[in-house]
Design a protein around this ligand. Structure first.
Ligand code: CAA
Length: 287
């Protein structure tokens, strides 16, 4: 059966119920898809689902969503802790940790579990799609689908082609992104793609500015908010993304593109201290 917009899929499994995976599950369910929300432990899935419930409730309170639509959206999401559940999915969107070893194992397993037609997408923010695809026997059906945080709000999806990604798979994901209310942008496989190739060096430079004592955290953010009309300053944004994630993307840019992308030592120090930003209660700001 074809969905509206013509993308031939009904069921989507999202792996990882954290801030990105939860958001992706929400927008997929709101677009009418059956969603399996999967994570390693039941408590992770429950926590992800409670964030989705809170987001939907807020939208109902604001009059932006009918209560009946909110209930229907939640009714389309099922919980899972077994990767085997991917056997019934037409599309898997992986939003697990940014670690190539973990992703390679996941994709090799998914390739065994899923039917031939299933598309395997990754929400990686910077790991090479071509390399992830090489762990499967279906590199033509592997693609990058990079959402922005917070997923329910941000309009962009970078759709990244690996070396072997087929045109048919690209088109399907482009249509699906539109059905989710997003604007897809086609991007080739390169370190950081486009969004993080540009964003992360800006954040890293803000951290260097702090490290060198040029201005305070608040003043650096104020300059970028009032001077450049950014909705939030780079240091507050780093706290939103997660400093561990910012560091891991910086390292990939550094390794792939050279010394000008070297992560600031202060960023490393904060991550070593466990100051990951909002999710740990402390980053450049306290929460
Ligand atoms: N989940 C769902 N909805 C959220 C949300 C969240 N986490 N945070 C905010 N919102 C919603 C609010 O409910 C509000 O909705 P309404 O318009 O319906 O009332 C709307 O977003 C605006 O929120 P606020 O009024 O509370 O605050 P704001 O105007 O300051 O906006 C923001 C918050 C949307 C986060 C805005 O500050 C912003 O756009 N910041 C920049 C975000 C950004 O750059 N994201 C990209 C990060 S990079 C990335 O994700 C890629 C990567 O790989 C690292």
């Amino acid at each position: 059966m074809l969905q509206k917009g013509g993308s031939p899929m009904k069921k989507i499994m999202v792996i990882g119920a954290g801030q990105m995976g939860g958001g992706i599950a929400q927008v997929a369910a709101q677009a009418g898809y059956s969603v399996i929300l999967n994570d390693l432990k039941e408590e992770f899935v429950t926590r992800g689902l409670s964030v989705i419930e809170k987001n939907l409730r807020r939208n109902v309170e604001k009059g932006k969503l009918e209560a009946i639509e909110s209930a229907a959206t939640l009714g389309r999401i099922t919980q899972s802790t077994a990767l085997q559940d991917a056997a019934s999915a037409d599309l898997v969107i992986e939003a697990a940790v940014e670690n190539m070893v973990i992703k390679s194992q996941l994709f090799a397993q998914l390739d065994e579990i899923c039917p031939e037609h299933t598309i395997l997408a990754t929400n990686t923010s910077s790991l090479p799609i071509t390399e992830i695809a090489a762990f499967t026997k279906r590199p033509d059906r592997v693609i990058g689908m990079h959402f922005m945080n917070p997923v329910p709000v941000m309009k962009l999806v970078e759709v990244i082609r690996g070396l072997a990604t087929s045109d048919e798979v690209y088109k399907t994901i482009e249509t699906l992104s539109q059905e989710m209310g997003k604007t897809p942008v086609e991007v080739n496989d390169a370190p950081g793609f486009v969004a993080n190739r540009i964003l992360i060096p800006m954040i890293n430079e803000a951290v260097y500015t702090l490290y060198e004592g040029i201005a305070t955290v608040e003043d650096i953010d104020q300059v970028m908010k009032l001077g450049m009309n950014h909705p939030m300053g780079p240091l507050a944004l780093a706290d939103l993304i997660g400093l561990d994630t910012v560091l891991s993307i910086s390292e990939i840019l550094h390794e792939g593109l050279g010394d000008k992308y070297r992560p600031c030592p202060l960023l490393r120090k904060y991550v070593k201290a466990g100051w990951y930003g909002r999710k740990s209660g402390r980053g450049f700001y306290q929460y």
